[in-house]
Design a protein around this ligand. Structure first.
Ligand SMILES: NC(=O)C1=CN([C@@H]2O[C@H](COP(=O)(O)OP(=O)(O)OC[C@H]3O[C@@H](n4cnc5c(N)ncnc54)[C@H](O)[C@@H]3O)[C@@H](O)[C@H]2O)C=CC1
Ligand SMILES: O=C(O)C(=O)[C@H](O)COP(=O)(O)O
Length: 381
């Protein structure tokens, strides 16, 4: 079997070779010529797979090591017998870590308590559900908006809808102090999300909320968001996903509280899982019978012990979370050097999720919350 893989998918080299002959190329260098003789592609979101690149090639399977799949023209693939697979949920914990770290940053910067705030979560799938769980642990009031799920789970019947755990978008716009988006990017259909947050959305917000976009750039109309920041219709913005990546709006970049180069899902844990799932997809599609698929173990963090001895109890939560992941350095780097958007993504430092860290001397009042988030504890601490 001949495989072409994105060279920036970690933990793949040396393992994918069990399946056949593997060539590696950076995702932005995939061409029709490069893919034409390949049976399978292992890809990332940076390459668009539609008619222009796929037509006339031999490709039978596209494995995307990602959750999102808006970079694949699925209608073209389905119509032309090209199978495609993704890695559902692979980096959902990583996005939750990003959102938790960002919420704690906003609370610190603007001097509010998360317990006093209402968050609206738009899109409650793998990622949104993790974000929901984290926000509840943080003591926030949570509003869930997911019309496709609501329709599927509660139907059209008014009586059933009354039992729904979901609210409509108007309620989110009316009551949320913070709105975070976790939908896929879809450009057609009853529930399309392209420019879900457009000028009208921003003009009809009631509470001057913070907006967080870590799903896909075009779910938010970026010029409309910039205008909303300028007029003060929104209090601030956390932006991981942008329209026209990597050529993002420089003015919007400078205005955002947190501005990162589409890396919310970039924990090593998430990347490792994405690679494993992609190889499993390859294995089952071609009935390759490779067992076990063994990836190298995840590297330990550089500083796995978090000593909270000197940290005031009410600062321990943020301290521990930011020790595991702090978006501020990335924000400063991107603001200083936006031309390196793609480079920052391709040269991402090791980031581990909470479970790779051991806490020492946590205050007994805060320890249960840290444990619920997923941190470990050093024995006798
Ligand atoms: N920034 C990053 O690094 C990452 C971004 N993502 C993005 O996050 C998206 C969501 O990921 P998952 O939760 O795993 O996907 P998912 O498919 O599990 O959940 C998406 C949810 O959005 C809902 N939805 C669809 N249209 C909607 C609408 N118009 N309004 C409200 N809800 C709507 C769906 O019903 C579903 O429950 C991905 O499609 C991807 O684009 C995912 C991982 C990492
Ligand atoms: O999983 C997704 O969906 C994402 O957005 C990924 O985190 C994007 O990663 P790349 O494929 O662009 O490296």
């Amino acid at each position: 079997m001949k495989i072409l893989a994105d060279a920036h998918i970690p933990y793949l080299k040396g393992v994918a070779e069990q399946f056949g002959e593997v060539e590696y190329l950076p995702g932005n260098q995939f061409t029709k010529q490069a893919i034409s003789g390949k049976d399978a592609l292992i890809v990332r979101t940076v390459t668009h797979f539609g008619k222009e690149i796929l037509e006339g090639t031999n490709v039978k399977l596209i494995c995307s090591a990602t959750i999102g799949f808006d970079h694949i023209d699925t209608a073209y693939c389905d119509a032309n017998g090209i199978a495609w697979r993704t890695a559902p949920g692979c980096n959902a914990n990583s996005v939750e870590q990003y959102i938790t770290a960002s919420l704690l940053y906003l609370a610190d910067k603007y001097r509010f308590r998360l317990e006093d705030k209402t968050i609206g979560i738009i899109g409650v799938g793998n990622v949104g559900s993790k974000v929901e769980a984290a926000c509840r642990k943080l003591g926030m009031r949570v509003l869930l908006n997911d019309p496709p799920r609501e329709e599927k789970e509660y139907g059209q019947n008014e009586g059933d809808r009354e039992k729904s755990i979901f609210v409509d978008l108007e309620t989110v716009k009316e009551q949320a102090d913070i709105i975070t988006l976790h939908t896929p990017l879809t450009k057609s259909g009853k529930y399309k999300t392209y420019h879900l947050a457009d000028t009208n959305f921003f003009n009809t917000l009631r509470k001057r909320p913070f907006i967080i976009n870590s799903c896909r750039g075009s779910v938010v109309d970026n010029p409309a968001m910039k205008a909303a920041l300028k007029t003060g219709r929104i209090a601030g913005a956390v932006i991981d996903c942008w329209e026209n990546e990597p050529e993002i709006d420089r003015e919007l970049l400078q205005m955002a509280d947190i501005a990162t180069p589409h890396i919310a899902g970039y924990s090593a844990d998430g990347k490792w899982t994405a690679t494993r799932m992609s190889l499993e997809n390859l294995n089952s599609f071609f009935a390759a019978g490779i067992y076990p698929i063994r990836l190298m173990p995840l590297p330990e963090p550089h500083d796995p012990v978090i000593d909270l001895t000197e940290i005031e109890p009410d600062k321990q939560l943020a301290y521990a979370v930011w020790h595991s992941y702090n978006p501020m350095e990335e924000t400063a780097n991107l603001k200083a050097d936006p031309d390196k958007f793609y480079w920052f993504r391709s040269n991402y430092p090791l980031r581990r999720e909470y479970g790779a860290y051991y806490l020492k001397n946590a205050n007994p009042k805060i320890a249960p919350l840290l444990e619920q988030l997923g941190f470990c504890f050093l024995k006798n601490s």
